[in-house]
Design a protein around this ligand. Structure first.
Ligand code: SAM
Length: 281
């Protein structure tokens, strides 16, 4: 899997992939990242990448021509010309980072990592700046506009780093334990995790579209608080049940919207009712 990042600030990425899992994935060649300086694709003395917006208004807009040249250098043709012989874009997804885009989710990260139905060998991430990018770049070249959340950043670089991080760690071989990507917050759907007769997921940790449960480690006693006793008694059914309840509790408190999309068992619904009743909600 290869990421190509097009940016006016290539220096931004120095160091960002040099830690932890990402560094290892790059070192082992499981993933490669190319960072492309947009100014390389300008032809004037000032290496101009932006201009004033048509119609007036605040700020500047990233010009279409340098971006088109940058994409051409990566073998990316306009969408209408793709699909012909030897097309380098056939296995490539071109993404414009934008606050106006579809919201990036774990499900999208899984899809990009090749765990869903789509298979892309390469993801191109275009980082906007200023007021954004000339819309014709989006219309002519981009397969998707992607937002990492409902807030406005000053540039697409942080968003690109977020996407690379979230996708890269799901690529087979990158995480030590292959399963761990599935069993975290927003993990695979409940339907994909087998449950026992009582509706408790078989997995120790299956998030099943919910948020993750809380984690504890030694010491057992900290700050006047004891780690939950149930985690120390070795009864795995009880532990799974407790963790499931905690997931439901946390999701209800912090992200109740996720409960609507989750496939909940009868036991989950009973637990939720009990939690709601207890909290008076
Ligand atoms: N005028 C734009 C708007 O109101 O939607 C905001 C432009 S923003 C200051 C500059 C660049 O930052 C954008 O072109 C985009 O690449 C990036 N950006 C800002 N917020 C983002 C977000 N939530 N997700 C992804 N990229 C974002």
């Amino acid at each position: 899997m290869r990421f190509e990042i097009v940016t006016i600030f290539p220096g931004f990425f120095a160091g960002i992939f040099e830690n932890g899992i990402l560094r290892r994935a790059l070192a082992e060649g499981l993933v490669t990242v190319g960072v492309h300086d947009l100014r390389t694709f300008t032809h004037d003395r000032h290496r101009t990448v932006d201009d004033r917006p048509f119609g007036g208004g605040e700020g500047m807009v990233l010009k279409a021509e340098p971006l088109a040249e940058a994409l051409a250098s990566l073998g990316i043709k306009p969408k209408t010309e793709r699909g012909s012989g030897g097309d380098a874009a056939a296995d490539t997804q071109v993404i414009l980072l934008s606050a106006q885009g579809r919201r990036f989710t774990q499900a999208m990260a899984r899809e990009m990592a090749g765990l869903g139905s789509a298979k892309f060998d390469r993801v191109v991430l275009i980082c906007g700046r200023y007021e954004g990018v000339d819309e014709r770049v989006n219309e002519l070249y981009c397969d998707m506009e992607l937002s990492i959340g409902d807030y406005v950043l000053s540039g697409g670089e942080l968003a690109a780093a977020v996407v690379v991080d979230a996708v890269m760690r799901l690529i087979p071989g990158v995480l030590g334990n292959e399963a761990s990507g599935e069993f975290e917050s927003f993990g695979v759907a409940d339907a994909e995790i087998t449950s026992d007769a009582e509706g408790v997921p078989r997995s120790q940790h299956g998030a099943g579209g919910l948020l993750d449960y809380p984690h504890y480690t030694r010491p057992a006693e900290f700050g006047g608080m004891r780690a939950p006793e149930v985690l120390m008694n070795g009864d795995h059914l009880q532990i799974r049940r407790w963790r499931r309840e905690q997931q439901l509790r946390k999701t209800l408190a912090n992200r109740p919207d996720l409960l609507e999309g989750a496939a909940l068992s009868a036991e989950d619904r009973r637990l939720l009712e009990a939690i709601r009743a207890k909290s008076g909600g």
